[in-house]
Design a protein around this ligand. Structure first.
Ligand code: ZN
Length: 464
């Protein structure tokens, strides 16, 4: 999720400016003012769900609830949570019967779970998304129209002729797209040259792509690239990644967290506070039992439950986002002065990266599954420096062309030396690891080379 700066987003300038003005004011709201704001929005969304969404109408009836019974965030607990499995199963009945007036568009994601998930996002939700990012970026001085660069994979994989391009400049929007699929020691100078030519002031990308770009620039001794701010999205930003990125680009990185279904948005302020945006959605953090023994997490962790406040064509109430956060222990006001609630850490999706035999890093290889007809579910496992396993669950539209397309796409990214092993599985065979969260990309290189950090150790190999 991000400001996408598609020209069609500028079709609603009045709505954008109105909501931006509101967001400028509301970021300084007191907790009580946020409660009032959420109640007003919640009332509209619950009325919409009850009167126009068959799934919710039936659910309310079965629970003997009326829309008036759900006025506050706390009242939402009268409803059961909505799982991704239910969203898949009830996709049709979760669509509002009056959705047409909200200009819905179909969206889908397969990134974090590997299983496709479809949903509708409408005009109010698009306006929200744009303004949410616009405000967050403004915390580092961004103004609409400023030149910025974006690490992207989707743009370059959608058009086969672009897959080997380093960058693409869109003069109209001032956006420099950088190919995140093929960053490596062999071409890092071309990335550096693009920065020097187009002089973006801001950069955004997923954490691992930002990190690898920065690392290779650092190793190549690239100098003279200074930015005003960087925005990390889509993955947990690790402390060592932040250090390298900030030192290479000589500016602050702000982290953010959200998901395509748009019920939850968390954005980092300049003081390092990870703020939940109460105007975006109602976020409920359901604390998990403390685990015995050593834990990856801090003492108090919670799963994230989110409720849409702006998406009328398919409102999601009490949606199980599927990510885990650490709760903030310090309840004092953030140094930035905002009273938006905070979490202390986001332990969301953390995709592993794939490293090609030539040292190139591929951060979002899982998107190939979206490009091949008939892949119901996919997983990528890098066993060692030269071996990649593709595990695929097929559906009825998969055929020999699908297999050829999949292998061709993967080969294009990982280069000629990588051995690719394609395995077909049943759905239940894909989920036998017992892990709490399915991982679409797994790298076992890390696990077998714990003595040295990764990918620095691979870099050393490439350099010697
Ligand atoms: Zn803050």
């Amino acid at each position: 999720m991000s400001i996408d700066f598609k020209l069609r987003d500028f079709c609603y300038p009045v709505d954008l400016i109105r909501l931006r003005r509101q967001f400028d004011r509301s970021q300084w709201f007191s907790p009580e003012e946020f409660d009032v704001y959420q109640q007003q929005r919640l009332e509209q969304i619950v009325q919409q769900a009850y009167h126009h969404v068959p799934y919710y109408h039936d659910l309310f009836r079965d629970l003997s609830l009326r829309p008036e019974d759900i006025r506050t965030a706390n009242d939402l607990r009268k409803l059961p949570t909505l799982s991704k499995a239910t969203l898949r199963r009830e996709y049709s009945r979760l669509q509002a019967t009056n959705r047409g007036q909200f200009e819905p568009r179909l969206a889908s994601t397969s990134g974090s779970s590997g299983e496709p998930l479809r949903f509708l996002l409408d005009k109010p939700s698009r306006v929200l998304e744009f303004v949410y990012y616009w405000r967050h970026w403004s915390w580092l001085g961004y103004r609409l129209g400023d030149r910025f660069a974006e690490l992207s994979s989707n743009f370059f994989v959608t058009d086969a002729s672009r897959v080997n391009e380093i960058c693409h400049h869109q003069a109209l929007t001032g956006r420099l797209l950088l190919n995140s699929l093929s960053i490596g020691p062999h071409n890092i100078n071309q990335y550096a040259a693009a920065f020097l030519k187009y002089r973006p002031r801001f950069l955004k990308g997923i954490a691992s792509a930002l990190y690898h770009l920065s690392l290779f620039l650092q190793q190549a001794g690239a100098e003279g690239i200074a930015l005003k701010g960087i925005f990390s999205t889509g993955e947990m930003l690790l402390p060592h990644q932040r250090r390298v990125i900030e030192s290479v680009f000589n500016c602050q990185v702000l982290d953010s967290y959200g998901h395509m279904e748009r019920t939850v948005a968390v954005s980092e302020c300049r003081s390092g506070g990870l703020h939940i945006n109460p105007e975006y959605g109602v976020v409920q953090l359901e604390e998990l039992p403390t685990r015995d023994g050593p834990s990856d997490f801090g003492s108090r962790v919670a799963t994230v439950i989110g409720t849409s406040l702006h998406n009328f064509s398919m409102p999601l109430l009490r949606y199980e986002v599927g990510d885990v956060v650490e709760l903030a222990e310090n309840a004092s006001l953030c140094a930035c002065g905002r009273s938006m609630p905070r979490v202390s850490r986001i332990n969301g999706r953390q995709e592993d990266v794939i490293v090609a035999p030539d040292g190139s890093v591929i951060t979002t290889l899982f998107i190939v599954f979206d490009k091949v007809p008939g892949v119901a579910h996919g997983q990528i496992i890098q066993e060692d420096c030269n071996t990649l396993r593709l595990r695929v669950v097929r559906n009825s539209s998969y055929d020999s062309n699908s297999e050829a397309t999949l292998l061709r796409l993967v080969r294009r990214f990982v280069g000629p030396q990588m051995q690719i092993r394609l395995e077909y599985l049943r759905h239940d065979e894909m989920h036998t690891t017992g892990a709490a969260k399915f991982r679409t990309v797994i790298s076992r290189i890390k696990e077998t080379n714990k003595a040295t950090s990764f990918p620095e150790q691979l870099l050393a190999k490439v350099r010697n």
